[in-house]
Write a protein that binds this ligand. Structure first.
Ligand code: ZN
Length: 249
């Protein structure tokens, strides 16, 4: 079924123009933040039907905080996300790797893709070749991969990207920004960028630089000060991956 893009109406520093949500039949991918404008747009698109299912790609607030407002408007809606530690929040349905979800006239396959967030999933329409990729890959900038203590995992992120590339999807419908028409090219570019950053972090270590903040100053020239903490998270995530790669031999 043809997905319909519905903006979540939450522009900001980290969300860009705001989040994308996608309506397929009566299933909504990602919840936004519950802005009335967003919910009104969903209502209009539903054209008298009730919303039956909200699938949340991951628990970050710009993708999930709208759930209570959605429930208030559609009390019978089913709400699903991945719970990697198997502790399922009350009232939610857990998503499982490989699960195929019926969206009425089509299906979505669940792919667990940790990295940007531990609970991150992508949803794949095998027939249309549409990949709903949440925050795995976007155009124009790279997504944040936080340190392990903040739910990120750089090693898993690169493995997840490899998995998505191998799908050979026709297009990616991301959680932010425009549709990606050449998924393989964009995913390869993101992997290359991450490996370049990893090489830069390794070069710092070779020079005896071990402080992530000092690494950020050396690697990310001209970065606006507001983004420095995020760059530092990414550098820590790279350091963790380098450590894990060494331990794995
Ligand atoms: Zn996110």
């Amino acid at each position: 079924m043809t997905p319909q893009l519905i903006h979540a109406c939450n522009p900001g520093v980290l969300t860009g123009r705001g989040n994308n949500t996608y309506l397929i039949g009566t299933t909504l991918i990602d919840a936004g933040i519950g802005s009335a404008e967003h919910l009104d747009a969903v209502t209009l698109a539903l054209d008298g039907r009730a919303l039956s299912h909200v699938i949340v790609t991951h628990g970050h607030s710009d993708h999930s905080a709208g759930v209570p407002a959605i429930r208030a408007r559609w009390p019978d809606v089913r709400v699903s996300k991945n719970f990697p530690d198997s502790v399922v929040t009350d009232g939610w349905s857990p998503l499982r790797e490989g699960e195929v979800i019926d969206v009425g006239g089509g299906t979505l396959r669940v792919l667990c893709t940790p990295g940007h967030a531990i609970d991150h999933v992508c949803l794949y329409d095998d027939v249309r070749g549409d990949l709903f990729a949440g925050d795995m890959v976007i155009i124009g900038t790279t997504v944040l991969v936080p340190s392990r203590s903040k739910g990120g995992d750089m090693r898993a992120y690169l493995a997840s990207l490899g998995r998505l590339r191998d799908l050979d999807a026709a297009r990616i419908l991301p959680g932010h920004g425009p549709v990606i028409d050449r998924p393989r090219d964009r995913i390869n570019a993101v992997i290359e960028h991450r490996l370049l950053r990893e090489a830069q972090v390794l070069a710092c270590l070779t020079q005896g630089v071990t402080d992530p903040a000092v690494m950020v100053a050396k690697i990310y020239e001209g970065l606006p000060p507001t983004l420095l903490p995020f760059a530092e998270q990414t550098v820590i995530a790279h350091l963790e991956k380098i450590d894990e790669d060494r331990q794995a031999g």
